[in-house]
Design a protein around this ligand. Structure first.
Ligand SMILES: Cc1cc2nc3c(=O)[nH]c(=O)nc-3n(C[C@H](O)[C@H](O)[C@H](O)COP(=O)(O)O)c2cc1C
Length: 390
């Protein structure tokens, strides 16, 4: 079973990710993993921190001579800013006067709920862990999941569908999304140039006014065969697993599979994807006229592209802070301000790719099994043959 965890504080010494259950013999391409980490750091509207950090995955275990060995994989990502925080966040008791207190909780962050829950007098420890810096650790192990999926013919990428009120108007096909991956200047990771210009204007507007903006990304998994996930048990449904995985990302407040939102207000005839047959097409000849289902019916992948959208609320930290209350005095004050991004939709899309890849890798390993890549691929090939001969 594929399992994973992350650990680490935003300004602590390092982030760590653990991934266990990967078969042995998967080639690990360090440059690919580091490029994924780089992609997460890009996007118009990111804050100053992205300039000091250039993440690199330091693989500590589970990979030898360039390949996984079936043992748990531990990955460490250094926090480059740690040198400025050693006195503020020491492991040992340290000097309480040097702690960087977060004196007033910031609306939209975990600050207040976390301080109440863990009985902290202020929010420093809360934000250190609730921060989306943690997604870097997920992206590192998500990259390994992507490498596994590639061996099974599956690719996972994302693109930005909306920033604030600026949105792409029609579905973006896979080749255009794949082209975005090649970009050296990510900007808003949008495949529609005119929409991207409008998105940039949205970011410029909030930069000028001290506000922030949210948006929508779409993750697309290409080449997924029918049969991942199942309707047989509620917690094995692929749509449920993907929704939880994407919703677990900081600031994601809604998840949509295919055209799920529009479907709720459309007649059935305009929603469901009619079925046809063309002998040489797809995995086994069955075709669809469209993909409103986003590649999943009944909690099972149906052989079409899997399309999952994440809806992000606007960033909570505002340069023009909202009203709050001082933890100590309970007097009204402006919320604390800490260096912040104003728009993270492209980066959230990359983090969501990692979550989708980890989820699909888990389902693929549940279906195909295998302790070595040869075994996993052989089982996968056998199943693909079964589909062709169906
Ligand atoms: C990639 C990424 C980067 C983020 N960067 C920031 C940031 O710089 N400032 C901020 O206030 N929120 C940022 N967020 C969102 C917060 O982490 C998130 O809103 C907060 O932890 C509260 O969690 P919730 O929105 O899921 O309730 C970011 C989210 C993502 C996905």
């Amino acid at each position: 079973m594929l399992r994973y965890f992350t650990a680490g504080e935003s300004h602590g010494e390092a982030l760590v990710a653990f991934l266990s259950g990967m078969p042995a013999g998967l080639k690990v391409n360090q440059a690919f993993v580091d490029r994924e980490l780089w992609r997460r750091q890009q996007g118009y509207g990111r804050g100053g921190r992205m300039k000091i950090e250039r993440d690199r995955a330091h693989i500590l275990s589970g990979v030898r001579h360039g390949c996984t060995i079936g043992s748990p994989i531990a990955v460490l990502l250094e926090n480059k800013d740690w040198k400025n925080w050693t006195e503020a966040l020491p492991v040992e008791p340290g000097d309480p006067a040097k702690q960087k207190r977060v004196a007033s909780p910031r609306p939209g962050h975990a600050d207040l709920a976390g301080a109440l829950k863990y009985n902290f007098p202020e929010a420093r420890y809360v934000l250190e862990r609730a921060s989306a810096r943690e997604t870097a650790a997920r992206v590192a192990i998500g990259a390994l999941a992507k490498l596994l999926l590639r061996e099974l013919g599956i690719e996972v990428l994302s693109h930005v569908v909306a920033v604030g009120g600026a949105a792409v108007e029609k579905e973006v096909a896979w080749p255009a999304i794949a082209e975005l991956y090649q970009r050296e200047e990510v900007l808003l990771n949008c495949a529609d140039a005119s929409a991207e210009t409008r998105m940039k204007e949205e970011v410029d507007r909030v930069l000028q006014t001290g506000d922030s903006v949210g948006g929508v990304f779409e993750v697309v998994a290409h080449g997924v065969p029918p049969g991942l996930g199942t309707y047989a048990q509620w917690d094995e449904r692929l749509d449920a697993l993907l929704a939880a995985a994407v919703m677990s990302l900081q600031a994601v407040k809604a998840v949509e599979i295919g055209s799920g939102v529009a479907a709720a207000t459309s007649p059935g005839s305009a929603v469901h994807d009619e079925i046809g047959y063309e002998k040489a097409s797809g995995f086994n000849g069955f075709t669809r006229t469209r993909n409103n289902a986003g590649g999943i019916e009944g909690g099972v992948s149906n052989g079409e592209e899997i399309r999952v959208r994440g809806y992000l609320k606007p960033i909570s930290t505002l340069r023009r802070p909202l009203q709050s209350v001082d933890f100590a005095s309970r007097e009204p004050v402006k919320a604390a301000y800490e260096r912040s991004d104003v728009c993270v939709v492209p980066a959230a899309g990359v983090a969501a790719e990692a979550m989708v890849a980890l989820t699909l890798a888990r389902c693929a390993l549940e279906k195909f099994g295998g302790d070595s890549m040869g075994e996993t691929q052989r089982n996968c090939q056998g199943y693909l043959r079964q589909l062709r001969e169906y």
